[in-house]
Ligand binder design. Structure first.
Ligand code: GRG
Length: 290
């Protein structure tokens, strides 16, 4: 599993480096590259490739779509660390982008990474029909905006120091983290022209994967080591963040995570051994230490 993840990360970075190299130069390229290449597991690309392999889609196409996802992910992390958001000085064991390059540069590098995702998905080198490309761009936009990452981040910030119900915490985490995973789960079905019901089913699988990912991230913050995590831990409690751990406690949160894994695997049962890669990824997501 680790080896596959490292290969995907290497191939994604190579694709993105070549893509950027073909563009005209600008002063924002350096901070953009810092946000993209200063580490990062590329776990969203792995989920995309795992689901893509269920539907027998070629690695190259999946890698390009995954690269667009990683641009949006890198953008969200740069903005998440800003003083007006979570105000984090360290990301992936290194100074956050705004610490290294200044706040306004970090905002603009983040914005440019978001738009680069759309450039990648609409580029001629991605060998898909215009209709499929528009559907992909439509879905990734929906997942990134007020109904997705940005909306989830808004809820996360507005819930600080408040008593929040389990339902609202789950809604926030599905938007903030789950929606990008939903895109990864749905993109292969868009390529295959699957119907709305099937798309909905995989969207819900993505939401569960996002919840699982967020629970594991919260567990790392709660109990993890800041050196291995590459970021300060124990921050959520200090900031009064509304998390499932703060509501359910450590043990019940782990129980909830196992239930999520069971639920996802049940939804994938009909694909038999073809869903083995994704099941491995789910265990990695829960038991990772960074
Ligand atoms: C991107 C549309 C958009 C808006 C910005 C700041 C913000 C709004 C959203 C923040 C979203 C966010 C940071 C969600 C948290 C998800 C999370 C746990 C990220 C860590 O992901 P990893 O562990 O990171 O995959 P690596 O370092 O491995 O890439």
């Amino acid at each position: 599993m680790k080896r596959k993840l490292i290969k995907i990360a290497k191939d994604t970075n190579l694709f993105l480096k070549k893509f950027i190299k073909k563009q005209n130069k600008s002063d924002l390229i350096i901070p953009m590259q810092y946000g993209l290449f200063s580490g990062g597991k590329k776990i969203r690309s792995k989920v995309l490739i795992d689901i893509g392999s269920i539907f027998k889609i070629g690695y190259k196409k999946l890698l390009i779509i995954g690269s667009a996802v990683e641009c949006i992910h890198a953008y969200s992390l740069i903005h998440d660390d800003l003083p007006c958001m979570d105000n984090d000085l360290i990301r992936r064991g290194k100074p956050s982008t705004h610490i290294k390059y200044g706040e306004s540069t970090a905002v603009l590098a983040g914005n440019s990474l978001l738009t680069m995702a759309f450039e990648i998905l609409s580029h001629k080198d991605l060998d898909l029909s215009p209709k499929i490309k528009i559907d992909l761009i439509n879905k990734i936009s929906e997942c990134s905006g007020h109904l997705g990452i940005a909306g989830g981040q808004y809820l996360d910030l507005s819930f600080e120091h408040k008593k929040v119900s389990k339902k609202r915490i789950i809604e926030m985490e599905i938007k903030k983290t789950g929606k990008l995973f939903s895109f990864c789960c749905v993109a292969p079905l868009i390529l295959k022209g699957k119907n709305k019901n099937e798309i909905k089913k995989f969207e819900s699988i993505g939401a569960d994967i996002g919840l699982l990912f967020q629970v594991a991230d919260d567990l790392i913050d709660h109990k993890g080591n800041s050196f291995t995590a590459g970021k300060k831990t124990g921050k959520d409690k200090k900031r009064g963040k509304a998390t499932l751990i703060s509501l359910l406690g450590h043990e019940n949160t782990i129980k909830y995570a196992s239930e999520l894994i069971f639920r996802i695997n049940t939804k994938l049962e009909k694909y038999g051994s073809r869903s083995k890669n994704l099941s491995e990824t789910l265990n990695y997501i829960l038991y990772r230490n960074k």
